[in-house]
Ligand binder design. Structure first.
Ligand SMILES: CC(C)(COP(=O)(O)OP(=O)(O)OC[C@H]1O[C@@H](n2cnc3c(N)ncnc32)[C@H](O)[C@@H]1OP(=O)(O)O)[C@@H](O)C(=O)NCCC(=O)NCCS
Length: 459
């Protein structure tokens, strides 16, 4: 299996507890289904040195509990009285032990986490359809997560197995919804991914898998066009809610137990729902940091290029002839300050003259998001260039981008989106009139260089 560059970078630079969290629905806690999860964890541990926390939801094991059978739901929440809680506690412990044993039998070290990792407060009252106030009893919401035992387990090479029960500061146990609790865990660990196992990927109305949903706008459009409907619509909306809870730059991935490893390490086997990054715009480089002048924005761009052995020319922002003839029109930077692009005026058209993402974040979709945002902001299209040199793997990025852009709703019929090699450059156009592209491509290739070799090269 070929591991994605983005993940390779993350593995090298993140703490082991920052990779992600797996949540398995309780219906996977049986011999047949659990073996697929165990296999996946085994491969992650042995071949990639990755250990993920596993949160186990409630499942069919509870159906036969008498108090469970007598219980009811309000607004999708299971009202949990004392009798039900008394039955849930041993049943949830049994589930944890069952999962831990399954791991141990396959020579993977695992440890059941105490309920207190989810520090809980009472959920309180829900208002039902008839306007009545219904007390949900011992249903809890996560106040915060005690990450210490989870991080310890991961650092000790053991899979932390976590239940959907939490505790308040007096030790009172509460029943919590495992999925949002797993999202809280992602946030508390400052991890990147929440992988929901057990459900099928999101499918369109024809039954074809939707691999990626990159924003709320895309999701709303898929729903409005009836591409996603009924139960799939609810799954997708719920997943997006989790994403909003976790924050930008993170992802929710929905897949089956069999696809866990592929989901984590490759382009994915299920549906990935991403929270788009926040993109800021600036009209001049000095405005980026009042305190540090242009140093910060220079570093931001150089971080991406230094791995290519290059950096911005010293006079890129001031003093380079490009600033006289082709002034900056807009600078795009994500709020996390890890990726940026510079747009310039060029004989009446717009050119992208620099695009860079910090190596830690490369492959997470930022470059694509910025390129798409620029396509939205410049309806008349734009051009860009990159050197045709062996050390410049960004051509692969642009090829991917241009190919997928052509199948995207932002692509304009009749306009050119593609690339041509001109002299030492690879010149590309996005949504641009082809005659203009042909008219300016040679001029663009002749434009004086704006990056130069740098001494600082690291891997
Ligand atoms: C080119 C660059 C800006 C792309 O930014 P990014 O934020 O990593 O882009 P995305 O995350 O949107 O990547 C989209 C896809 O391109 C791939 N990709 C990104 N950079 C790549 C690179 N340098 N080599 C090969 N593939 C790359 C990603 O893996 C991802 O693939 P996937 O969709 O199969 O997962 C970034 O790689 C970079 O800063 N490179 C160094 C500076 C540079 O060369 N700039 C452009 C020259 S002007």
């Amino acid at each position: 299996m070929k591991v994605d560059t983005y993940w390779e970078n993350l593995f090298h630079q993140s703490e082991p507890h920052q990779i992600g969290v797996v949540k398995a629905s309780g219906k996977l806690v049986n011999q047949d289904r659990l073996s697929a999860i165990v296999e996946g964890f085994n491969e992650l541990d042995n071949e990639h040195d990755i250990i993920l926390p596993l949160v186990i939801g409630g499942g069919p094991q509870y159906d036969k509990l008498p108090a469970f059978q007598n219980s009811s739901k309000v607004n999708g929440i299971r009202i949990t009285n004392e009798a039900l809680l008394d039955e849930l506690v041993p049943a949830a412990k049994q589930n944890l032990d069952y999962v831990v044993d399954a791991f141990q039998e396959n020579n993977i070290e695992a440890v059941a986490m105490p309920f207190s990792v989810f520090r809980t407060v009472p959920h309180g009252v829900e208002i039902n359809d008839s306007g009545e106030r219904i007390n949900t009893g011992y249903v809890g919401d996560v106040l915060h997560v005690d990450t210490a035992p989870i991080i310890d387990a991961i650092h000790d090479g053991k899979v932390p197995v976590i239940s959907h029960l939490g505790q308040d500061n007096t030790g009172q146990v509460y029943n919590i919804n495992a999925t949002p609790a797993a999202a809280d865990l992602v946030k508390s660990l400052d991890a990147y991914k929440l992988i929901l196992l057990g459900d099928t990927a999101i499918k369109d109305s024809k039954g074809d898998k939707i691999s990626e949903i990159r924003s709320k706008v895309t999701l709303n459009k898929l729903i409005a066009d009836n591409v996603i409907k009924d139960g799939m619509k609810l799954n997708a909306l719920e997943a997006y809610q989790l994403l909003e809870q976790m924050g930008y730059g993170r992802s929710v991935q929905i897949t089956t137990a069999e696809n866990l490893v592929a989901e984590l390490l490759t382009d994915g086997a299920g549906t990935i729902i991403r929270m788009p990054y926040i993109i800021q715009t600036y009209s001049r480089p000095e405005a980026f940091s009042k305190h540090h002048g242009i140093e910060n924005i220079t570093n931001l761009f150089n971080e991406g290029f230094v791995h290519r052995g290059e950096q911005l020319m010293e006079n890129y922002w001031k003093g380079h002839s490009i600033n006289e003839s082709h002034p900056i029109n807009k600078i795009y930077v994500d709020a996390g300050k890890t990726s940026g692009a510079v747009m310039r005026d060029f004989y009446g058209i717009k050119i992208m003259c620099k695009l860079s993402t910090h190596p830690d974040i490369q492959g997470s979709g930022l470059g694509t998001q910025i390129m798409e945002r620029i396509a939205l902001d410049y309806p008349e299209g734009y051009m860009g260039r990159t050197k045709t040199e062996d050390n410049n793997s960004s051509i692969q990025f642009y090829e991917k981008f241009l190919n997928s852009f052509k199948g995207n709703e932002l692509h304009k019929a009749g306009m050119f989106t593609g690339a041509e090699k001109v002299k030492n450059y690879w010149i590309f156009g996005v949504n641009i009139d082809k005659d203009k592209f042909d008219q300016y491509k040679a001029k663009f290739a002749n434009l004086a260089p704006t990056i130069t070799e740098c001494s600082r090269i690291y891997k």
